[in-house]
Design a protein around this ligand. Structure first.
Ligand SMILES: Cc1cc2nc3c(=O)[nH]c(=O)nc-3n(C[C@H](O)[C@H](O)[C@H](O)COP(=O)(O)OP(=O)(O)OC[C@H]3O[C@@H](n4cnc5c(N)ncnc54)[C@H](O)[C@@H]3O)c2cc1C
Length: 365
């Protein structure tokens, strides 16, 4: 049996980003997924890539968000070159509508403190972004550095980029257990095979908790369901529009995603009438011209969330060759380039360029 250098459990955007980084460093990498890669949360997300982070005060987290956003254009070009697939990464900007003018001031200050430009919008400016004027009145600002990528295309590009760099991808094989001996992980077991690898990375998103028992560690990750409604429009929106945790994300061809709910309902894979109604109401109140749009479809995804909503990233103590990268919550896509890079540095025994102590899995034990 051939032994891989690194085996990654889970082929979402996190697992594939780690795999590509390691393969580009000439390691023999194997990704195993229980379904097709890139079909879960990473497919379902809205694809927003903010220029940084203001909602969590953790400094390492903020550094990760800023660095990751800077890595996106380079990564997008690289996977385009390897695969010919355009992930539709682009800097589109965002109109942010806050609950009050004092919230706006606080948020703008938090961005500006990190060197990220914002611009207050007058109610009359909002019209040119299609936003209802009364929603703006002193409460809206422009975040020009906001970008986006189109999730299904990005995931497709990541899969084929991995294959082009020699990553082995095994689909439709759920990992059932992980075997250990002394301080080491010795095998990863599916229904049809036992795989051996020098290093094992758990990147199974909202399902990562499944490995707690085999590994005798605490991985308190739970699914946070998000519902999205997709509209087909005449293309009137050019910028992302955000209000608290809800948003409108316009794609280049006129489709607009309305997202998203945050629900603690386990892995229940269904849209609900009340959520769909609320999302459409939110969208049409903010942008009345969307009343004429066609409803294309709805879907759900399961964000991986930890108790403190920060990622779990790093070595998986006490296992010498065990690693974990999960719980990126609402930011797993935007943080995926930096996550891949930091995990590569750790696995190659280099000092990660951003301090990862605050994301250690042992903070929950
Ligand atoms: C509605 C919604 C909107 C979002 N919007 C954004 C956004 O705008 N920007 C942003 O940055 N983030 C966003 N997110 C969050 C982001 O999508 C997630 O944080 C990210 O996709 C998590 O990636 P992942 O690879 O960890 O998980 P996933 O994509 O869920 O991948 C996990 C993989 O592990 C596999 N797996 C699970 N168990 C096993 C097993 N036992 N054996 C083998 N394989 C297994 C699964 O099949 C899956 O392919 C959003 C999420 C949702 C749901």
């Amino acid at each position: 049996m051939s032994v891989d250098d690194v085996l990654v459990i889970g082929g979402g955007v996190v697992g594939l980003s780690i795999a590509l980084e390691l393969a580009e460093s000439h390691l023999k990498v194997h990704v195993i997924d229980r379904g097709r890669v890139g079909q879960e949360a990473s497919w379902a997300g809205a694809g927003m890539i903010p220029p940084g982070e203001i909602h969590f005060e953790n400094e390492s987290y903020r550094k990760m968000a800023r660095l990751s956003s800077q890595m996106w254009p380079v990564l997008s070009d690289r996977i385009h070159e390897l695969t010919g697939i355009d992930n539709e990464y682009r800097n589109c900007g965002a109109v942010i509508v806050t609950p009050s003018s004092s919230h706006r001031e606080i948020e703008q200050q938090a961005w500006n403190d990190q060197g990220i430009q914002t611009e207050q919008l007058a109610a009359s400016d909002c019209q040119k972004y299609q936003v209802e004027q009364s929603a703006c009145e002193g409460k809206a600002y422009l975040l020009a550095g906001q970008s986006q990528a189109r999730n299904p295309r990005h995931l497709n590009a990541m899969k084929f980029a991995c294959l082009a760099r020699g990553v082995k991808i095994t689909e439709h094989q759920p990992v059932r257990s992980i075997e250990t001996k002394a301080e080491k992980i010795t095998a990863v077991v599916t229904d049809s095979a036992r795989y051996q690898s020098s290093h094992v990375v758990i990147a199974a998103g909202a399902w990562s908790k499944e490995f707690e028992q085999s590994l005798h560690v605490s991985i308190p990750v739970s699914p946070i369901r998000g519902q999205i409604v997709l509209l087909k429009t005449v293309g009137q929106l050019k910028q992302i529009i955000e209000q608290k945790k809800r948003y409108l994300v316009p794609r280049r061809d006129g489709y607009v995603l309305i997202g998203a709910t945050e629900e603690h309902v386990g892995f229940v894979r269904q849209n609900t009438a009340s959520a769909v109604r609320n999302l459409i109401q939110f969208a049409t109140e903010l942008v009345p011209s969307l009343n004429e749009a066609e409803v294309e479809k709805c879907w759900v995804g399961f964000r991986p969330g930890s108790p403190d909503k920060l990622p779990i990233l790093g070595r998986l103590e006490p296992w010498e060759n065990g690693f974990i990268a999960t719980a990126q919550y609402r930011a797993g896509l935007s943080l995926s380039p930096v996550t891949g890079r930091l995990m590569r540095q750790l696995i190659l025994n280099e000092t990660p360029e951003i301090e990862l102590d605050d994301f250690s899995s042992s903070r929950f034990s």
